[in-house]
Design a protein around this ligand. Structure first.
Ligand code: PMP
Length: 446
């Protein structure tokens, strides 16, 4: 398999570094919060795959729901006025949980196309309002919004931009709230004031609010290194958008489905965005699916306009019945105790990782619920990042793996955590202990 993999299977691009030499690790099975590889080693999956297996692996109820749907009706298009039962039921149950009046759901295949969908709907909304010139979009540095061309332009990763004319000329960025390395310091109100001023200044710079369609923010920036904004930051940015009549899009692809505690992180922020994107935990990684939530106002405006204007947007696998059946089964698990367990285990994880702050390599520990990061530095006072050449993140990943722990090791030297919500207390404690061991070994490497 290792040979065949090297010869034929193209991996997501960031993982080309390294595995060509050592060979891939093949996973063969998984149960609860653990995965087992071809050598027979069982590890705690501290990253829930790619922050997606929120419910954990091996739930029979999910397997049964998918199997039943595969047998009864594996596919139905939403075109031609057709539908199937699972996506209708899933949309209506999700609408009950979604913040405020986010009652209308558009199912996609994953997160990137969910983000693309919001860009399209934002434009349709302003066209329907007779304001087609509102066509500029703003997102954050350190933000991640997908790998499709439109999503990659909103994403702040130079790696995704080079050679594609990205970001496009209508895609703009403002600095992140990144507290540990913020030029305005760590004071929450100063960080919020700076972000508000930066958003206002960017709007002016690109032609005023009459040109701006939407602003995008993750409730916690995930791929940027688990960057948690100060309490009130989301509400402050939402308020600016409301005042300037700019749509506020919350990208909850990572933070949704219990990752930070509630089903949607926006609920804890006390805000209702105009649109909200999810994926990952929606189907807990068992099958692919994403979802876009639209407020009544956005949905009705576009729907009323759609007959008269050229409005089109659809995927063959939009609202896939098997994915929706899995979504329903997974939602049963969240409601049936998993969210509660995630809250308890999330507090334990945060406390355990916070206790690592005394380690010589640990510069910052941050997170909320079952989403956390430990940022490593070589000099705490100066906040000097690890020297990537001498201490590559892949080495830290390998060390953790040998210690029976899967975590994400960002190239920046930050360790990312997003364990399944089904973790036991022992598993959470093991995640922390194995991290400390990995850090001790990394210190020796240094
Ligand atoms: N938005 C956010 C916030 C994400 O974290 C991701 C994926 N990590 C995406 C969008 C894209 O999702 P997908 O990889 O499912 O296309």
């Amino acid at each position: 398999l290792v040979e065949l993999d090297r010869a034929h299977l193209i991996h997501p691009v960031a993982s080309w570094r390294g595995h060509e030499k050592s060979g891939v690790r093949i996973l063969t099975s998984a149960k609860g919060a653990t995965v087992t590889d071809a050598s027979g080693q069982t590890l705690i999956d501290g990253f829930a795959g790619l922050w997606c297996v929120n419910a954990g692996y091996g739930h029979e109820s999910v397997v049964e729901a998918a199997t039943r749907q595969l047998r009864d009706l594996p596919y139905a298009t939403g075109y031609f006025g057709l539908a199937s039962e699972p996506p209708i039921r899933l949309a209506s149950r999700l609408a009950e949980h979604a913040p405020g009046d986010l009652d209308h759901v558009y199912f996609t295949l994953g997160g990137s196309d969910a983000v693309d969908t919001t860009v399209r709907f934002a434009r349709y909304y302003w066209q329907a309002r007779g304001l087609p010139q509102k066509d500029q979009f703003i997102s954050l540095e350190q933000g991640y919004h997908g790998s499709t061309t439109v999503g990659a332009g909103l994403t702040a990763l130079p790696l995704f931009h080079a050679g594609f004319g990205l970001p496009m000329d209508w895609q703009h960025k403002i600095p992140s709230h990144y507290a540990y390395r913020n030029p305005v310091g760590t004071d929450p109100s100063a960080i919020i004031a700076a972000s508000v001023a930066q958003l206002r200044a960017k709007v002016v710079q690109i032609g005023g609010a009459e040109r701006v369609a939407a602003f995008y923010a993750e409730p916690i920036q995930g791929s940027g290194g688990v960057l948690v904004p100060p309490a009130g930051w989301m509400a402050a940015m939402r308020a600016v958008c409301t005042e300037l009549d700019i749509l506020f899009v919350a990208d909850e692809v990572i933070t949704g489905f219990g990752r930070t505690g509630p089903l949607f992180a926006c609920s804890d922020e006390g805000i209702v965005p105009d649109m909200l994107t999810t994926a990952k935990g929606l189907t807990s990684g068992y099958v692919p699916m994403g979802a876009v939530f639209l407020s009544d106002r956005i949905y009705q405006t576009i729907a009323d306009h759609a007959g008269a204007a050229a409005v089109g947007h659809g995927f063959t696998y939009s609202a896939h019945p098997v994915s929706a059946a899995v979504g329903l089964a997974v939602l049963d698990l969240y409601e049936g105790g998993l969210l509660d367990n995630g809250r308890i285990m999330g507090a334990r994880l945060q406390a355990g990782l916070a206790a690592l702050a005394d380690h010589p390599l640990v510069g910052d520990v941050r997170g909320r619920g079952m989403l956390a990061a430990v940022e490593l530095v070589i000099d705490k006072a100066k906040k000097t990042p690890l020297p990537a050449a001498a201490l590559p993140a892949t080495r830290i990943f390998d060390r953790a793996w040998q210690n029976g722990l899967v975590i994400r090791a960002f190239a920046s030297g930050t360790l990312g955590y997003a364990p399944p919500l089904c973790c036991t207390a022992d598993e959470i404690d093991a995640i922390v202990e194995r991290t400390r061991l990995t850090l001790d070994q990394t210190l020796e490497d240094a």
